[in-house]
Write a protein that binds this ligand. Sequence first.
Ligand SMILES: NC(=O)c1ccc[n+]([C@@H]2O[C@H](COP(=O)([O-])OP(=O)(O)OC[C@H]3O[C@@H](n4cnc5c(N)ncnc54)[C@H](OP(=O)(O)O)[C@@H]3O)[C@@H](O)[C@H]2O)c1
Length: 257
Amino acid sequence: MESKKNIAVITGASSGIGLEFAKQLDSDQRIDEIWLCARRENRLQDLTQSLNKTTKIIAGDVTDLIWQNRFYQELEQNNVQIHTLINSAGMGKKGTVEEIGCKNNAYMIDLNCRALTIVCSICIPFMAIGGRILNLSSVAAFLPQPRFAVYAATKSYVLSYSRALHRELKSKEITVTAVCPNPMETEFFQHTGKPQEISSIKKIGLEQVEKVAAKALRRSERKKDISLQSLSAKFVRIVARILPHPLILWIEEKIGL
Ligand SMILES: NC(=O)c1ccc[n+]([C@@H]2O[C@H](COP(=O)([O-])OP(=O)(O)OC[C@H]3O[C@@H](n4cnc5c(N)ncnc54)[C@H](OP(=O)(O)O)[C@@H]3O)[C@@H](O)[C@H]2O)c1
């Protein structure tokens, strides 16, 4: 019987750090093919042109049951095992919970938490022994963040879920890494709304997608369950552990975060 192809699956591959992961995994000799997922198919086609490896485009909305079924069928019908899964599809809306409204709040949860969990659940039976999953969380996971409340909470979910899943999958030698970057200059900020508030978020320091992706891949190679790129992100994590949260919320208000 023909041996299984080793694939990488990337959601959110059409821009930002997802696209960067595709570029970096293109030189990984252990991966035969890269599967690219996002809604903008033309972007994924452009990306395909710039990669050396064979790709498969599974365009669509990852929150959509039809896309999820199609994705499962593709895995089942092809003779593949997943070497690397990157869950990068995500978005965040800025503003109070009331301003953002029911529909957008629910959508953030659907995309950042529900779809990510479903994609992991679909992929786990197809994971190679020694495979890896990288889930995009954020430095926002460490703190409650008024005016970014639902987004920060979704990223706390991703962090907690990923760390627990890392433990669960240890016996299968699968590493799950929660990637927790500071703000990065990507299209993410084109979708947050409230451009006047974005500059205060960026005050905590912008990170480069190239470095964040490279570090995350190194951390997952070392079987770590969390990846932080910058010193300031590590500082935020420590502060969030030490200080009582009412004090953190007060500081956030004072510095305009
Ligand atoms: N940028 C930051 O400051 C920052 C910081 C920390 C963490 N993060 C996290 O990093 C991840 C990637 O963000 P980014 O900065 O790379 O932003 P980005 O450039 O806006 O990329 C987001 C990606 O998600 C895809 N996507 C969005 N909704 C989707 C849907 N319903 N179905 C399928 N794909 C969808 C987008 O593609 P289509 O529009 O083509 O579907 C795009 O490829 C997110 O989870 C984000 O929360 C970002």
